[in-house]
Design a protein around this ligand. Structure first.
Ligand SMILES: [Zn+2]
Length: 139
């Protein structure tokens, strides 16, 4: 799992103008349903996100995306002291309304697989369940 310590070492302090950040222009053919047209995220997220969205399209799971709850957001992990990977644009949240922290996630296995196959780790399997959360698996 990527730690905030690794991120600090690799990218430095999180900020909107950090060189690791980019405005990812989602390819037109992947702009389906609620997939955003542009995502402000870490450069390392561009290819994995493209892959995940393509997987959703191929698996006919795009409609399961009901809310896009963001990527870049400088903050600590909820209730903890370390920085969330959202601070470096390395995580996305989806369907937050029904996948709250410590709740049993409602995302289907097929939906989750679209992301895990694309190089993401899913918070829904953590001891402290974070079902809305997908973060890059490795740097
Ligand atoms: Zn998250």
């Amino acid at each position: 799992m990527i730690t905030s310590k690794q991120c600090l070492a690799k990218f430095g302090e999180p900020s909107a103008s950090n060189k690791c950040m980019t405005l990812f222009d989602v390819p037109t053919e992947l702009e389906i349903g609620l997939i955003p047209k542009k995502i402000y995220c870490n450069r390392l997220m561009v290819e994995p996100l493209k892959k995940a969205f393509l997987n959703l399209k191929v698996a006919h799971k795009v409609n399961e995306l009901k809310t896009w709850d963001g990527c870049f957001n400088i903050r600590k992990k909820r209730g903890l002291n370390s920085m969330s990977l959202h601070s470096w644009g390395l995580a996305v949240d989806v369907n937050a309304f029904e996948n709250q922290l410590n709740m049993n996630p409602r995302l289907s296995q097929e939906f989750v697989k679209c992301f895990t196959d694309a190089g993401f780790e899913w918070g829904g399997t953590w001891t402290r369940k974070d079902g809305m959360h997908f973060q890059l698996k490795s740097l």
